[in-house]
Design a protein around this ligand. Structure first.
Ligand code: ARG
Length: 463
């Protein structure tokens, strides 16, 4: 088809300015929507036929033409021409070139405005399942690691200062919970977006008897959206999806940050397999956790996409505006980045070991058993606030004497509280503390095992 033969250009005088054409095209990035565009077009054409707006022969020709185009795109033989502006025009032009007259009827009662809104929803609905599957794989890897470390101890940190002892499994399971909320957020996003804007036309619908229920049903939507003006401009689901990617990205960056620190010589808590580390071009001794640093760094890319998406939506006049074309740039960016981060985190988690003995050898530092000692005093009848003060004093004495709480003699304990007895020693030390955790969800071996058991069953299902 030549430029002049494009019906949508009859209105304008002269050949379109090439700088403008290159500027407004979206084909370079929306061609990945081809499958959904064709799926939507087939549903639309079938409805047109049901409504006697096209004949069944025309429908058959449209279907064959579209499926040939899909095959050509998938085989890499389809020639994309940016002058077609976007994937919708590219496919329609190709269809008309292929089947002639019936192809010219496909756009009956439809606009690219409702078409693109439908395509992104179809794409996103599927993409969400891809991301969710990757979240599940990462959860599986974390649970598998947790199973190996149900009794091995780890200092937990608040304010990045040593806090209380936990088992490594409890630490690992904390990430399973975090990313489960991401899984649910994506699920909610998929639920909310699953309404069909198709048939809303450019903004006000159509005077033709378009059956929106039928297209909605055949595309697996819950039903048609209620208002055509809202439908062509609604990209709330894009903002939501990008936010879900951003928060997941934040969670992944937290694991990454921990493990970058844990793998340092200063900590030596974990060993990341060499295959997942990089070297320095100058310093021959280096083994760097670049993959994790990039998971952390790419959070910036995803947050950027979210900020862009929110800004695109702000203060647009109602109805469709071309600004909305930019939505895809950022939605795809967020989605591709989060997929890549999930893949690499999965590989890193699978290929990391905790240096259990090394961690254990350093557990004496930081008075990890201080809170448990205060709680011991509570059991002996001392009000918690008093117990807190008593243990605080004992800790500062230990700090001066450069010893740990369990090094204090009973007489020294007694100078601070007569409630302390000989049995105190069985309450001290990180391992005893971890074993004594009694509250649900605490950092001990029992609670970690409960969580592991729960997740092992849950991870076999897709909810
Ligand atoms: N490529 C456009 C987009 O992504 C499709 C809709 C264009 N509509 C229009 N009337 N110019 O939003």
């Amino acid at each position: 088809m030549t430029q002049k033969e494009r019906s949508w250009e009859k209105r304008l005088a002269g050949e379109p300015n090439q700088v403008m054409m290159r500027f407004v095209e979206s084909l370079s990035f929306d061609q990945r929507l081809y499958k959904y565009d064709i799926q939507g077009s087939i549903a639309h054409a079938a409805m047109l036929c049901e409504q006697s707006l096209i004949t069944s022969d025309e429908l058959a020709a449209i279907k064959t033409g579209l499926s040939d185009i899909q095959q050509e795109i998938e085989a890499g033989t389809f020639v994309f021409d940016y002058k077609d502006e976007d994937i919708h025009m590219a496919i329609e032009s190709a269809l008309i070139a292929k089947i002639g007259a019936p192809g010219e009827k496909l756009h009956t009662g439809r606009s690219r405005n409702d078409q693109v809104a439908t395509d992104i929803r179809l794409w996103m609905r599927e993409q969400i399942t891809v991301i969710q599957d990757k979240i599940r794989l990462l959860q599986q890897a974390l649970v598998a690691q947790a199973e190996k470390y149900t009794t091995a101890l780890l200092p937990s940190y608040t304010h990045f200062q040593r806090a209380q002892p936990v088992v490594v499994a409890a630490y690992l399971m904390s990430f399973v919970e975090q990313i489960q909320r991401d899984f649910i957020r994506f699920q909610n996003c998929a639920g909310l977006l699953n309404w069909s804007p198709l048939g809303s036309g450019a903004i006000a619908g159509s005077t033709l008897p378009i059956d929106r229920d039928a297209t909605a049903r055949s595309l697996g939507f819950n039903g048609p959206t209620a208002n055509s003006i809202d439908s062509v401009s609604d990209r709330d689901f894009c903002a939501e999806f990008t936010f879900d990617c951003a928060l997941l990205s934040a969670h992944l960056s937290r694991i990454a940050e921990d493990w970058i620190i844990y793998s340092s010589s200063e900590f030596g808590f974990i060993h990341i397999d060499d295959t997942l580390c990089t070297c320095s071009s100058m310093m021959p001794q280096k083994k760097n956790p670049d993959a994790l640093e990039l998971v952390r760094g790419k959070t910036g890319t995803v947050y950027g996409a979210l900020m862009a998406m929110m800004t695109i939506l702000k203060a647009q006049p109602s109805g469709y505006n071309r600004d909305l074309q930019e939505d895809k740039v950022h939605v795809f960016q967020a989605s591709d980045t989060i997929e890549a981060c999930l893949d690499v985190m999965h590989a890193v988690v699978n290929n990391t070991t905790f240096n259990v003995e090394h961690i254990e050898a350093g557990l004496d530092a930081g008075f990890l058993d201080a809170t448990a000692l205060a709680e011991y005093l509570v059991i002996k009848g001392v009000p918690f606030r008093k117990a807190h003060g008593i243990v605080g004093t004992l800790v500062s004495q230990c700090e001066q004497a450069r010893c740990k709480l369990s090094d204090l003699g009973l007489d020294q304990f007694k100078t601070q509280s007569s409630a302390i007895d000989e049995d105190v020693y069985s309450y001290l030390g990180p391992a005893s503390v971890a074993k004594r955790y009694a509250s649900a969800g605490a950092g001990g071996p029992k609670q970690a095992q409960t969580q592991i058991d729960h997740w092992k069953t849950k991870l076999t299902t897709r909810n």
